[in-house]
Design a protein around this ligand. Sequence first.
Ligand SMILES: *Cc1c(COP(=O)(O)O)cnc(C)c1O
Length: 407
Amino acid sequence: MEFVNNKFCIQGIPVQELAFDFGSPLYVYDGEKIKQQYHRLKDAFNEVDVHIKYACKALSNINILKLLKQEGAELDCVSIEEVQLGLYAGFKPTQILFTPNCVSFEEIKKAVALGVKINIDNISILEQFGHEYGNKIPCCIRINPHIMAGGNKNISTGHIDSKFGISIYQLRHVVRVAKTNNIHINGLHMHTGSDIYDAEVFLQGAELLFEAAKDFKELEFLDFGSGFKVAYKDDDIVTDIEDLGKKIALRFNEFCKEYGRPLQLWFEPGKFIVSESGYLLVTASVIKQTTATVFVGVDSGQNHLIRPMFYDAYHTIVNVSNPTGTTRVYTIVGYICETDTLGWDRKLNEVREGDILAIKNAGAYGYSMSSNYNSRLRPAEVLIENGAARLIRKRETFDDIIRNMVE
Ligand SMILES: *Cc1c(COP(=O)(O)O)cnc(C)c1O
């Protein structure tokens, strides 16, 4: 979003106009920003054979998947439905990695039947996989390195109490199961959590994967997961991707020499690719002065953007209708019958009833985590590419609320 001629614009289109044309509340995605982030990551690792598997749970609209496919991205899917969505968007099965957690072996079999790559994070499943497929279908192993990382306990996945991955201390067992069942292990994977900005954490994880890789002679790739942090506030510390790229590439290439042949380096970013591209546009329905604060009640809430309440996430909010108004302090809240605060004590240009507010960083885990709580309708989604905005998902109607109810 840029400020030109006294108006907030995305690719030259005034944000207010978008809300007027497509209605409110509205999710808007800047397609050029998505491309930029993808290529920035790709370029940072240009000294290795890097493959970017977009973690599509962050934002799974088919048009976003197609856009990323066109740029050369591949896909990381965590459910069989995401796999179906990826195939529907035109990804080849071999471009998709299926990384489920705690699913039944039935779901794994469905994914194998669809021809996608399989990532296993449970020894019991690995055994069943071996009995069923033996040496016919290779698989990747998700390792839990027990590194405490990430911005919030709900998004840290590598720690000792986490349900994710096979403990790095159980690798000898994994090797045994693989050997006795003749399973080809084609990759090792690690994903320690979201919002990691420290390159050292990645490097520490990398060393653990390198060490583990020595026990597996048939590897094709090492998957370092994701967790790259992006800026939610102006002064936020973020992952220095270019610096990280150089450091990891150096160690990765050294390791490949030790290993004896070149391997692919995989990442599966979600947030890094789409977070900053997205805006949730909402309308100020009411201004409510209480004894303690001034609330702005908007036509949206935690049903559309749950991150502030669920992860204590900070999303910058801008009044795009009154960009030069006097600043005042507000608490921006939703219309849900819960305490669904979108922003506490925010300095905004004076908000009047009817003003359009833009909530930033709404690209990742915004729409994809939305619900119909309070029987509310989900917003429409709009994608801007080459300076033109187009609808990529219709706004829900009352029919969507009752569709599957059986009377
Ligand atoms: C969620 C997830 C990601 C993406 O994480 P971000 O923080 O959005 O980059 C990557 N890999 C796996 C296995 C995931 O579950």
